[in-house]
Design a protein around this ligand. Structure first.
Ligand code: ATP
Length: 265
């Protein structure tokens, strides 16, 4: 039986009086690659921020490896969970290796040890970016910066990683490269949960896909292959044609003059 890495129960949340999440109920299995999809503004980052501890929640429960998130200390949380937020800008030209080293902050405070530096080296090597170690972070391309930020999360040695759009900015080569890496990491006792926008990339790599719609998380019911286009039309308000490629479901938005269903934004 697969253990649950993060369990969210009856979670409701709003910014001020605007409800964003209502009665969210979802369990992300341990040691699997799960992907959360959904339209812009549907609440994906908000859910991630709550799971990562950047937003407080008052209604419902969020358990990391069985422990209520809001009861974990910062360092206990950092040992369990690594988080790559959607936006990460650095204005200081720190070297890449130092940027990655900050991922060890919860363990080594202000004096990094040799083992911390070794971890940095391993993590850069794992993502194939050792050659960037001495470059100033601010001089890297958007895609290179993205890889550095993923290395920074890995160096933390967490049990669960949450990645908010890890493949944005990446070309197709690096998208597949990173997704292969993330999938591989789940074979080594790591749970990966990522927000993505491309359903096809998600179907290619994810073990499980979850979708945000109407302020909650929905999953397709039985027979997703056959009813995928109906389900995705419900999620995205766009009509799709589905095809099977190497036994994987792929979807193509219907290009008709008026393929968008008239709904409120
Ligand atoms: N700090 C905030 N204060 C007020 N409203 C916010 C805040 N952050 C997000 N929102 C609103 O909450 C809603 C959900 O935003 P969220 O970023 O969670 O969506 P998302 O699904 O991650 O979107 P995207 O795919 O565009 O990144 C949006 O309507 C957004 O405008």
């Amino acid at each position: 039986m697969t253990e649950t890495a993060i369990e969210v129960e009856n979670l409701s949340f709003g910014y001020g009086k605007t409800p964003i999440l209502e009665q969210v109920q979802v369990a992300f299995p341990a040691n699997r690659f799960s992907v959360l999809l959904g339209r812009n503004g549907s609440g994906k980052s908000t859910l991630f921020n709550i799971m990562a501890g950047l937003q407080k929640y008052r209604h419902g429960s969020v358990k990391l490896m069985g422990k209520e998130r809001c009861k974990l200390s910062f360092s206990d949380c950092a040992r369990v969970l690594g988080f790559l937020p959607q936006f990460h800008k650095s204005v200081f030209p720190f070297h890449v290796k130092d940027v990655v080293l900050t991922g060890r902050a919860a363990f080594s405070a202000f004096s990094p040890r040799k083992s911390d530096m070794e971890k940095v080296g391993q993590s850069l090597e794992e993502l194939g970016i050792s050659h960037l170690a001495d470059r100033p972070y601010t001089e890297l391309s958007g895609g290179e910066q993205q890889l550095v930020m993923i290395a920074r999360v890995l160096v933390q040695d967490p049990k669960i990683i949450l990645l908010d759009e890890p493949t944005n900015h990446l070309d197709v080569y690096y998208q597949t490269y990173v997704l292969e890496k993330l999938k591989k990491l789940t074979e080594n006792d790591l749970t990966v949960i990522a927000i993505m926008h491309d359903p096809n990339m998600a179907f290619l790599y994810a073990d499980h896909c979850y979708f945000m719609k109407d302020r909650t998380v929905v999953t397709p019911t039985t027979g997703f292959d056959f009813h995928a286009s109906d389900f995705l039309e419900y999620v995205y308000d766009v009509r799709f044609t589905t095809v099977l490629v190497n036994n994987k479901l792929m979807v193509v938005p219907d290009r008709k003059t008026d393929n968008r269903i008239q709904v409120k934004p």
